[in-house]
Design a protein around this ligand. Structure first.
Ligand code: PLP
Length: 396
């Protein structure tokens, strides 16, 4: 593997995280158990959400949210063809669970300055068929949540927050992931905290929590609030093996939970360390005219206290992204697109005939001019940032 001077991710696992995982391994109880429950409880308590459930990825969390919305046990379930709005700057598995659940995605553009949902375009896209919004909080930033919640209320929409890239960000002191009925988080290795693979789904209502608990584990009745009643109504079955719902197996393990929990306890420290590194980069880049004029580092939106894990950058209009990215990579700076660029450009969209000549002007611009670099939790130091600035200057 190529060794970068400035990689996207430094090794996120500290000796104390590894120690927790070894403790679980030695206990021989490594499947989902007490540590998973502890992580879920601590997560709910910190971000102030009603219910949290650990899953094996952020993608699984999005899948569970969509599957819950169409589940026959839900009183107000969505039906085939109901419309869900989604920004075209999204991740693959923000989108596909909508389709996998028989619902219809409708794409909305984003704002160039924040990378997040364009509320003017959103208003234009709402129709009688619109039932919900899969909101993607892009790279630790978010849209104007006050305005969005007014729209949600006015049109009686369901809000699902894909918070996979924004754990720890607050809007007017309220954590992202607590505005909607559902939210998803990812603990993949490049994100704010990591458990290798992993994710959390949070929800507001107990009815939904019971459904997703069952969907997460084979459709089992085990661990449900009504487990005893279900057993009583199904006397012909072994009460330990009752399949009450349809299902998947999207559980995680206590090994991943122990690493995730150990990191979660230090979330605020990570945010602070990344903020300090970001400030240093901004300071040093600002003093280099050529760098300052050629690269626009995305800032947080109004009222947002951000939790970054990368530095999203848009290059100036007249510059060519591919050339700059290639130069940066050659000189040891690892880069990647902003999420996956304008998702409407992906071949999977063509295959599923989802792009009916829709033009997403801003997402397209971000696709052509944007990329991001990592933001480590370890202190960068002035010398390293000066060298980084030099590489940025030489890459234009
Ligand atoms: C916006 C967004 N949603 C969902 C996911 C999926 O998360 P995971 O990789 O944990 O499945 C990602 C992954 O990076 C993401 O960026």
């Amino acid at each position: 593997m190529k060794k970068y001077f400035y990689p996207l991710i430094d090794n996120p696992y500290r000796p104390k995280d590894i120690h927790q995982a070894i403790k679980v391994l030695k206990s021989s109880k490594i499947t989902s158990g007490p540590i998973t429950l502890e992580f879920q409880n601590k997560f709910s308590k910190k971000i102030k959400t009603n219910h949290s459930l650990l899953v094996n990825s952020g993608s699984s969390a999005n899948l569970l949210a969509m599957q819950c919305l169409i589940n026959p046990y839900r009183k107000k379930r969505l039906k085939q063809g109901d419309e869900i709005l989604i920004p075209s700057l999204c991740w693959s598995t923000s989108l596909w669970p909508i389709i996998q659940s028989g619902l219809k995605p409708k794409f909305v553009d984003v704002e160039i300055q924040t990378l997040n949902l364009d509320l003017n375009d959103l208003r234009k896209k709402i129709s009688k068929k619109t039932k919900g919004i899969m909101l993607v909080h892009v790279l630790g930033n978010c849209t104007n949540m006050d305005e969005l919640m007014k729209i949600i209320k006015k049109f009686n929409l369901i809000l699902i927050e894909d918070t996979c890239e924004s754990l720890g960000t607050t809007y007017k002191k309220k954590y992202l992931g607590t505005f909607g009925e559902f939210s998803s988080f990812s603990f993949y290795s490049s994100h704010q905290i990591s458990s290798g693979e992993g994710g959390m789904i949070c929800c507001k209502y107990e009815e939904d929590f019971e459904i997703i608990k069952s969907l997460r584990a084979h459709g089992w009745s085990r661990g449900l609030k009504n487990e005893k009643i279900i057993a009583k109504n199904n006397k012909q079955l072994d009460k330990r093996f009752i399949f009450y719902n349809s299902g998947f197996n999207l559980r995680s393990t206590d090994i991943a939970a122990s690493i995730g929990l150990s990191q979660f306890k230090d979330l605020d420290k990570f945010i602070k360390a990344r903020t300090t590194n970001r400030k240093l980069i901004l300071e040093i880049f600002k003093n280099k005219d050529k760098v300052n004029n050629s690269y626009n580092i995305i800032k947080e939106n109004k009222n947002v206290n951000p939790s970054w894990f990368g530095l999203p950058i848009l290059i100036s209009k007249h510059l060519e992204r591919d050339k700059i990215v290639s130069n940066l990579e050659k000189k040891g700076v690892e880069t990647r697109p902003i999420i996956s660029g304008n998702f409407l450009k992906q071949p999977s969209i063509k295959k599923y005939k989802l792009n009916k000549n829709q033009k997403m002007k801003n997402a397209e611009y971000i696709n052509r001019k944007g990329f991001f670099i990592g933001l480590p939790t370890k202190p960068l130091g002035k010398n390293k940032v000066r060298k980084l600035a030099k590489i940025f200057e030489q890459s234009i």
